[in-house]
Design a protein around this ligand. Structure first.
Ligand code: SAM
Length: 347
């Protein structure tokens, strides 16, 4: 099989990526490989010259004779970045549409939402995540669930309070059935291909669109949205409002009484960065009555690198102290617990 001289051309917006070489009459046969779902038949794409030697002992794909080993169906980190939609809001819309189309309606919303959050937060727990994506994609379902649990454990060491506040998004990992693990694996493969790790690694993307909020809205739209007016402010409106309200200085805090997933926080954080300020240097205070939205707000606070001076109260904002007293106690407890745990490791 002549691999040399083959140019990889990815089309990440479609559900396929082609190997194209104008001189190569076998191109169309090879491109078939990329259209097969990775989990369905074990086929993992076509190698390149550098990979051929390593793959020499691997079985061949029946359709094109390529090497059937490893997650080669996943474009490299470089190629994924190069072919992402330029507009982060368009990128976020495509990811949300993909997840909503893939995940059966009626099933638990926290599983797909938690899967997206975990994949997007991989770069926060390990800066090498983009280049490790292929290794992650090769994990069997049980291994992937373990990796996801380890990711949240790592995030807890760094940001214990926010990680605990986000627990609805990953608690299910502890009891995931084989069927759920399989679905999560297939979804993760789609997310890796759609550039969710790249979204989570790049402030120019994650601060430009509220991916989790959009997804929460789309997934719950199929079930219960509307009960509490859970319609989120569009990203561009938030950006406009933040520009109008720009000029926050140190000592000021950013509060929101019915915070949802934090659409306004995202815009404020983006504005702060644009002004050369670190969003983590300001206090953030949010109240949200819906537990899943509050968990999403906490996950977003991690994604947007808001630091640890964040309070997420899952409470009625119209109540006497808006749940902020309890939230402060929770934050102090979580931080002390983490500190004691880390100290015990050093003993
Ligand atoms: C219209 S959304 C606004 C979300 C966000 N501020 C934005 O701009 O996208 C309203 C949110 O307020 C929450 N909410 C409604 N009543 C609330 C209350 N009494 N206390 C706290 N949150 C409330 C809902 O659960 C929902 O997530």
């Amino acid at each position: 099989m002549p691999f040399s001289g083959v140019t990889r051309v990815y089309r990440p917006n479609d559900e396929e990526a082609h190997l194209l070489d104008p001189q190569d009459s076998e191109t169309s046969a090879r491109s078939l490989c990329w259209t097969k779902p990775p989990a369905a038949d074990g086929w993992r794409g076509t190698g390149n010259p550098a990979e051929v030697r390593r793959a020499a002992s691997m079985p061949l794909c029946a359709a094109c004779g390529g090497w059937a080993e490893g997650a080669w169906w996943l474009p490299s980190a470089h190629a994924r970045r190069a072919f992402l939609p330029e507009d982060p809001q368009e990128h976020s819309r495509r990811i949300s549409d993909l997840v909503t189309a893939f995940w059966p309606s009626g099933a638990a919303v926290e599983v797909p939402l938690g899967t997206v959050a975990t994949v997007a937060l991989l770069p926060l727990s390990d800066s090498q995540a983009p280049v490790l994506a292929r290794t992650i994609a090769e994990l069997p379902p049980g291994g992937l669930i373990e990796l996801m649990r380890a990711t949240w454990a790592e995030l807890w060491i760094r940001h214990p309070y926010l990680t605990e506040c986000a627990s609805l998004l990953y608690r299910w990992l502890g009891t995931a059935s084989d069927e759920t693990a399989q679905q999560v694996t297939e979804l993760t493969h789609l997310l890796l291909r759609a550039g969710v790790v790249e979204h989570g690694a790049d402030p120019g993307r994650y601060l430009k669109a509220d991916l989790f909020g959009r997804l929460l809205q789309q997934l719950t739209a199929r079930s219960e949205k509307g009960r509490r007016g859970a319609f989120h402010t569009p990203d561009f409106v938030c950006d406009f409002m933040s520009e109008v309200l720009s000029g926050l200085s140190e000592g000021e805090s950013i509060g929101e009484l019915a915070a949802g997933s934090g659409a306004m926080w995202r815009a404020a954080a983006a504005q702060l960065r644009w002004e050369g300020k670190d969003p983590a240097s300001l206090p953030w205070v949010g109240v949200e009555i819906d537990p899943l939205a509050a968990a999403t707000l906490a996950a977003n606070s991690l994604l947007w690198r808001l630091g640890d001076d964040v309070l997420v109260a899952c409470a009625d904002g119209l109540s006497r102290d808006s749940g902020l007293g309890q939230a402060r106690q929770h934050r102090a407890r979580a931080t002390a617990h983490r500190d004691a745990f880390v100290a015990s490791l050093r003993e």
